[in-house]
Ligand binder design. Structure first.
Ligand code: HBI
Length: 361
């Protein structure tokens, strides 16, 4: 397919560049770059005050959506007065005649419900696991009314939903050109932890590991839950956790590359775990709990180690073995599987299937 006109709808929880959108921001940057590489025209619709990227960002004013995380299974669908989500989709409606395909990245009820009313195909990349009955229902309705429009980043994410088979697994990707691989590190190189500092990320297990091994851990990410951060420190006085702030990708990748390994100890089913591919891109092996997206990214013994969730002894043992991992193999895996081009090709295969199905109808 030559020169598709692709419209990407961002998350309504925060402007691009604020970090509030978490992994969705990285996914969006990568899609814009990868689809552009493949000669397609990409425009983005996002909340006002977003960073500019791609050919054009339509900046939409309105009240930000609260995060769906932590709302609970029975959460009702709610929109604030002057909702930016509603305004984004009104705007997308006005643009639809100039688009060949619309890709939604928001984990919110409205875009899924509106799918049936658009002539232009709306495709959804579902960015988290199942969180509420209302979202599960509206997602399943899309499959009933417009089959083949749903994707997830990992099989682990799909199985959290009532009907896993309705999702295409597209993985994810990063702009590998922005990551410089570091093939050697100091013998006393620190460990790394990257992620929003919030209970579901399981920082307490990293603190326990640091206490037991005396290893220093550099911590990057948005300090989302200050009370949690202080509680983890208080509960583990022997830990050495050095907070490095929430850094833009270019700075993060340069510092992350000096680590001996990245630790991923999530308490929940991590949908994908972009940080795992970012670490491998700079040559850093990943030590992760054998669950969720990271378990599909880490090749145990080749690009890192997978340990049973919550098993601190196994974490300690894996850290001791990290010198066995070939750091060049970590980068190679990202170049092969998780580059912008590889992700764009998976997305374009999906778009091609959807457009071909429409022709047959
Ligand atoms: N919450 N309501 C809502 N909508 C989103 O798009 C959303 C969210 N919470 C978190 C989030 N997106 C992203 O940080 C994750 O999907 C990665």
């Amino acid at each position: 397919m030559d020169g598709l006109r692709v419209l990407i709808a961002s998350t309504p929880v925060g402007p691009l560049g604020s970090g509030i959108g978490g992994g969705v921001e990285l996914t969006l940057h990568n899609l814009v770059y990868g689809l552009g590489l493949r000669g397609h025209h990409v425009e983005v619709v996002a909340p006002a005050n977003s960073l500019h990227l791609g050919e054009r960002v339509h900046q939409i004013d309105g009240a930000l959506q609260i995060s769906a995380q932590g709302l609970g299974r029975g959460a009702l669908t709610e929109l604030p007065a002057g909702s930016v989500l509603a305004a984004m989709w009104s705007h997308i409606g006005s643009l639809q005649d100039e688009a060949d395909v619309i890709i939604n990245l928001a984990y919110d009820w409205l875009p899924f419900h509106l799918t049936q009313f658009f002539d232009v195909p709306v495709l959804h990349v579902v960015s988290m696991g199942s969180l509420s009955d209302a979202m599960d229902h509206v997602i399943t309705e899309v499959e009933r009314l417009r089959p083949g429009r749903l994707a997830v980043h990992s099989a682990a994410q799909a199985v959290t939903f009532p009907e896993p088979s309705i999702f295409r697994v597209v993985g994810n990707g990063i702009v590998v050109e922005r990551y410089d691989v570091q093939l050697t590190v100091a013998d006393d190189a620190p460990l790394g932890f990257v992620g929003r500092i919030s209970p579901e990320k399981g920082l307490e297990d990293v603190a326990e590991l640091s206490s037991r091994t005396g290893k220093r851990v550099l911590v990057w990410g948005k300090l989302q839950d200050k009370e949690y951060w202080h509680r983890v420190q208080a509960d583990h006085p022997g830990a050495t956790l050095d907070y490095q702030g929430f850094l833009p990708t270019d700075d993060l990748q340069a510092q992350l590359g000096s680590c001996a390994a990245l630790l991923m100890t999530p308490k929940w089913v991590e949908a994908f775990g972009n940080v795992a591919i970012e670490a491998m891109a700079v040559g850093v092996p990943v030590i992760a709990y054998d669950r969720g997206g990271p378990a599909e990214i880490v090749d145990d013994g080749v690009t890192g180690f997978l340990v049973s969730p919550g098993d601190i002894d196994a974490l300690v043992e894996a850290v001791a073995r990290v010198g066995e991992i070939d750091r060049a193999a970590c980068r190679q895996r990202v170049d092969d599987e998780y580059s912008s081009a590889a992700m764009a090709d998976r997305m374009l295969e999906w778009v091609g299937d959807v457009l071909a199905a429409r022709v047959r109808v």
